[in-house]
Design a binder for this molecule. Structure first.
Ligand code: ADP
Length: 266
């Protein structure tokens, strides 16, 4: 059965209806050829976005630990130059960040017009880790969904295109990926014993992801629920969605100065 990438509105989003191992009718071979051309198209679109300066692009990636945020960024943006594109990763808030309102540290990193910024984790942590680990009480985090919708609506009204990707993996896939981190000397640095404590909270995280998608899947900032067990499928799905969205913007190079036609540079 086919599975929508953006859950339809008007129907409660239930995470159990979305298979993390779904690959549609795509094969690995076809996907690996397609990603090569998608990367080149994305680079071209990013150049246009930069030259055009009318829109900013904010890409948001959320996933459970080992969900593949880093791998997605490295693959999808491989051909995009660093001039107009950057990644911001959000960890545990610092003291000054905690002293501000919770959206402050995210808002100050949003892209200016012409730029792409990728949020590796985002303001959604305020309804994910902060909820699951009881860092804030329920009556605080439950008000945040609406605040986040308002925030994104505001950014969108200021010419920021928002693309949100929830990388959805299965519990068994996470087990394999954590085991690989334990076993592979090149990956051991990524492993922390705390990862196993977080894994015990799997069900709570799934409920939090479910509410995140259900409550904040708006027209201006839709959630893409990306089946992410297979890296090759995940990368193509994210790249396709970005290319399609940017193509809709009709990005244009600015008009050249007058009198250029036929000019000879000596
Ligand atoms: P990543 O896991 O994204 O590759 P890190 O290993 O640096 O990067 O982990 C970042 C950590 O910061 C995660 O454990 C995450 O739960 C935590 N974190 C992010 N945002 C918040 C927040 N708002 N409150 C508490 N912890 C947070």
């Amino acid at each position: 059965m086919s599975q929508p990438l953006v859950p339809p509105s008007g129907k409660k989003f239930q995470i159990r209806d979305y298979q993390p191992g779904y690959t549609g009718d795509l094969t690995r071979e076809v996907a690996e050829a397609e990603i090569v051309s998608l990367r080149i198209r994305l680079n071209d679109l990013q150049n246009r976005l930069f030259a055009d300066r009318r829109y900013a692009l904010l890409v948001i990636l959320q996933a459970i630990d080992t969900g593949g945020k880093d791998g997605t960024i490295n693959s999808v943006f491989q051909e995009v130059g660093p001039l107009g594109c950057s990644v911001v990763s959000f960890g545990v808030p610092t003291e000054p960040e905690r002293a501000h309102d919770y959206l402050w540290r995210y808002h100050r990193e949003t892209p200016e017009r012409g730029k792409v910024v990728i949020f590796n984790r985002s303001h959604y942590e305020s309804v994910l880790v902060e909820r699951v680990k009881n860092l804030v009480p329920k009556d605080v985090w439950r008000t945040r969904y609406e605040q986040i919708n308002t925030f994104e609506q505001y950014l969108s009204g200021q010419d920021t295109v928002i693309m949100k990707f929830f990388l959805h993996i299965s519990k068994d896939e996470q087990r394999q990926r954590l085991q690989e981190r334990v076993d592979d000397p090149k990956k051991q640095w990524k492993f922390r014993h705390g990862d196993l404590d977080d894994r015990k909270l799997w069900d709570d995280y799934q409920s939090a992801f479910e509410d995140m998608v259900d409550r904040c899947n708006s027209d201006v900032a839709p959630w893409h629920v990306v089946p992410a067990n297979k890296n090759w499928y995940r990368n193509v799905v994210v790249a396709r969605a970005l290319v399609e969205r940017l193509e809709k913007l009709d990005l244009r190079y600015p008009e050249p100065e007058e009198g250029i036609a036929g000019l000879r540079v000596v």
